[in-house]
Design a protein around this ligand. Structure first.
Ligand code: PMP
Ligand code: GLN
Length: 386
């Protein structure tokens, strides 16, 4: 791309956009991009409609409407016992994506390094580059997607500014354990690093427990905790996210955020505030519904001949395609051919690695779809082994 600056060279069209376009073109079932095929709770969508009718249609306050900031603060207390001051420690953003970009842009100097795990979520690489920083990765390896602590220690250099952690983790479905988080916390404290955590799948933990890094001793003062309403309430198009952090850190993030979007989604902010205050039963039912879908897709993929790495969280499952295609094809070739061969779209995990060989045979499917859609996709995929 001749006009694209050097920092963004290589960041073409996102894999999600490419694969969703392929699904539309071919009429294949889309288990690629993670977006639910049914709406979230009616109370929440009704609250958005009510907010529009009530005239909440102009710029909301820069940090977000007070009702939502209060609801975010209550949510952090209710689920994790974390205290965030509504006025100074909670910032509403245009999805988790903007919170991540604002944090990276605000906190990194040009030339700083950001340590994160690969495979990474797609916006991390671009966000780090836009901040003028460099990514250093630690590889998560199947079947359990654990990492080598020595690799993590080695990734930290004198230039490291922050550790960017995603748990539950997309695309692997890994939920970082307390022991792993303790090691990350220890290294942050030892090297005086900031932690930025992406917790958008916080309510989708099936095995283990979601532990915010900010809840570990010594971490509250150095962590920016990021999440969003997209996954939890199944309204991914509304793009209401947030960052919570102690005031000195949040002030920095807010400064960058002001000049990215300034504000967004006034009526949806009211609606997500309603969502965050829903009773525990909503969160439990959402979790149980997704757990059933996880089971169905994992079983279907195994029956179709994939090696399945059962996720502990998120709504994604990774597979190794080698039992089906050997070493003849990598995941990218496999996914490009899959709509034609089986009428299904998936995402090659390889594109989320710096060390592409680590993910060459891995393909990600999402299960945030109706059970009959999952069943139909699995039936189609059965042709691969027949
Ligand atoms: N982080 C991860 C790990 C994600 O999977 C997503 C989902 N798309 C995001 C961030 C972005 O969230 P949002 O849609 O709220 O910007
Ligand atoms: N988070 C979604 C996924 O991983 C996609 C979001 C997007 O398209 N940017 O599939």
């Amino acid at each position: 791309m001749p006009h694209l600056n050097s920092r963004l060279q290589g960041f073409g069209t996102t894999i999600f956009a490419q694969m969703s376009a392929l699904a539309v073109q071919t009429g294949a079932i889309n288990l690629g991009q993670g977006f639910p095929d049914s709406d979230g709770p009616t109370e929440v969508s009704e609250a958005a409609i009510d907010a529009i009718r009530a005239g909440h249609n102009q710029y909301p306050p820069g940090p977000g409407i007070p009702e939502l900031r209060q609801a975010i603060s209550r949510h952090q207390k209710r689920f994790y016992g974390l205290d965030f001051d509504t006025e100074r420690e909670v910032l509403v953003t245009a999805g988790a994506t903007e919170a991540l970009a604002a944090a990276l842009i605000a906190l990194c100097e040009i030339g700083d390094e950001v340590v994160t795990f690969e495979p990474w979520y797609d916006s991390y690489g671009a966000g780090i580059s836009m901040a003028g920083a460099f990514k250093r990765v630690v590889t998560l390896r199947p079947p359990d997607y654990s990492f080598d602590p020595v690799e993590l220690r080695r990734a930290i250099t004198a230039k490291t500014r922050l550790i960017l952690l995603n748990t539950p983790h997309n695309p692997t479905g890994k939920v970082f354990s307390r022991e792993e988080l303790e090691l990350i916390a220890e290294l942050c404290i030892e090297h005086d690093l900031i932690a930025v955590t992406d917790e958008v799948y916080e309510h989708l933990t099936f095995d283990g427990e979601h532990i915010p890094l900010a809840s570990l001793p010594g971490m509250a003062e150095r962590t920016v905790t990021i999440s969003s309403g997209g996954k939890t309430f199944s309204f991914t198009g509304w793009k209401i996210g947030w960052a919570c952090a102690p005031a000195p850190l949040l002030d920095a993030v807010r400064t960058a955020k002001q000049f990215l979007t300034y504000v967004n989604g006034a009526p949806f902010q009211y609606a997500i505030a309603v969502g965050l205050d829903l009773p525990d039963s909503f969160f439990t039912e959402f979790h149980d519904d997704m757990a059933a879908k996880r089971r169905r897709l994992c079983d279907g993929l195994a029956a179709a001949g994939f090696e399945v790495f059962e996720p502990q969280g998120t709504y994604f499952v990774n597979t190794d395609i080698r039992p089906l295609v050997g070493d003849d094809m990598d995941g990218v070739e496999f996914c490009l051919a899959l709509p034609e061969r089986a009428g299904v779209v998936a995402v090659p995990a390889q594109v989320f690695y710096d060390n592409t060989h680590e993910g060459q045979h891995l393909v990600r499917f999402t299960f945030c779809k109706q059970l009959d859609v999952i069943d139909a996709a699995c039936e189609r995929l059965a042709v691969l082994s027949s």
